[in-house]
Write a protein that binds this ligand. Structure first.
Ligand SMILES: O=CC(=O)O
Length: 287
C-alpha cells in the first residue's frame, strides 16, 4: 500500500498517529492511546463486541468485513449440518458400528423446510445455497429481501409464521439488543416437530438453558452450535456431553487473511480518494 505507513500498535511507545486501525476485540487502551483514529476496520463480520465499548469515540467510523470469503464457509457449514440430519447420516454411522445393513426408508427434502434468520450477505448466501439443493427455504429479516427461490418473511410480526413452517433453523443474525436471546423457549417451540437448530451467529442469540431443557423434553431434536455464551465452551457444559448437540469451536466462517486484506486495502484507498465505502456500521442499528 504505497503512501501508507503501517505499524503494529505498541501500547508502551508513543502514539503512532494512525488514522486507521485494523482490530479484533481491541483493548480499551487503544482508544485512550491512539486518539487520532478515524476509522476502525473490524477483522470479522460481527461488530457486537466493538459496539459494547463506550470508549470508542462517536466520530470513529466502524467498518465490518463484508463476506470476504465468509459467506461461502457459512453456506458449507449449514449444508453439512442439513445433509447430516436430513439424510440420516448419523444413523448410518451407528449402523456401521454394528455391521448393520440399515435399509431404512429414504427421506424427502420436502420434510426439511429450512429457515434462515438473517438475510444479509452471509444469510442470503446460506439461503440461496440450500435452496439450490432443492430444500424449501425461507428467510427472515428486518425488511423484505428478494432472493430467487427463497420465501421472504420480514419484521417481528412475521416471525411466528416463519418459525411455524421451519424444521431446520439457521441463525446468522447480527447480535444487537433486539436479537439477543431471540432463540428461546417461546420462539423455538414454534418450530415444526423434529426440529434442528444451527447457531452460527453469536452465543448470546440463544438462551442456552432453554435449549438444554427442550432437547431433554424432545421438543427440539438436535442442534449444531458454533458459538456460545462462554468461549471456549466450559468443560462441564451440558452441550459437550449431549449426543444430539454438535459443537464446533467458532470456526464456521474463519476470517481469511488475503481476502480481508484485499477488501480493507481497497476501502482505505477509496477513503483516501474521498469516496464513500460500504460496510460502515450504523451504530444505532447495531450492525
Ligand atoms: O465471528 C466471527 C465474525 O464475526 O466474523
Amino acid at each position: 500500500m504505497p503512501g501508507c505507513r503501517i505499524s503494529v500498535w505498541n501500547p508502551d511507545g508513543p502514539p503512532s498517529g494512525a488514522e486507521v486501525a485494523l482490530v479484533w476485540r481491541p483493548p480499551v487502551q487503544l482508544f485512550q492511546h491512539e486518539t487520532g483514529l478515524k476509522t476502525l476496520f473490524n477483522l470479522g463480520a460481527g461488530v457486537d463486541a466493538l459496539l459494547k465499548m463506550p470508549e470508542i469515540p462517536d466520530h470513529v467510523r466502524i467498518v465490518r468485513l463484508e463476506d470476504a470469503g465468509m459467506a461461502v464457509q457459512m453456506a458449507e457449514y449449514a449444508l453439512y449440518a442439513l445433509l447430516r440430519v436430513s439424510r440420516d447420516f448419523e444413523a448410518f454411522d451407528q449402523a456401521q458400528a454394528r455391521q448393520h445393513w440399515d435399509t431404512r426408508e429414504g427421506t424427502r427434502q420436502a420434510d426439511w423446510p429450512v429457515g434462515v434468520l438473517g438475510l444479509g450477505q452471509v444469510g442470503a448466501r446460506v439461503a440461496q445455497t440450500l435452496a439450490d439443493f432443492g430444500y424449501p427455504v425461507a428467510g427472515w429479516s428486518r425488511s423484505p429481501r428478494q432472493i430467487p427461490g427463497v420465501e421472504s418473511f420480514a419484521g417481528e410480526a412475521a416471525l411466528p409464521e416463519f418459525l411455524g413452517r421451519t424444521r431446520f433453523l439457521v441463525n446468522v443474525l447480527p447480535l444487537t439488543p433486539d436479537t439477543q436471546g431471540i432463540l428461546n423457549r417461546e420462539t423455538l417451540s414454534r418450530l415444526l416437530p423434529g426440529a434442528h437448530l444451527v447457531n452460527v451467529g453469536r452465543g448470546e442469540h440463544l438462551v442456552e438453558d432453554d435449549l438444554v431443557q427442550m432437547l431433554e423434553e424432545g421438543e427440539i431434536a438436535g442442534a449444531t452450535l458454533d458459538v456460545f455464551h462462554t468461549e471456549p465452551l466450559p468443560k462441564d457444559h451440558p452441550f459437550w456431553h449431549d449426543p444430539r448437540v454438535h459443537v464446533t469451536p467458532h470456526i464456521a466462517a474463519r476470517t481469511l487473511r488475503d481476502e480481508s486484506i484485499a477488501q480493507i486495502a481497497g476501502k482505505v484507498a477509496q477513503l483516501k480518494r474521498g469516496e464513500a465505502i460500504t460496510g460502515v456500521v450504523e451504530r444505532s442499528r447495531g450492525y
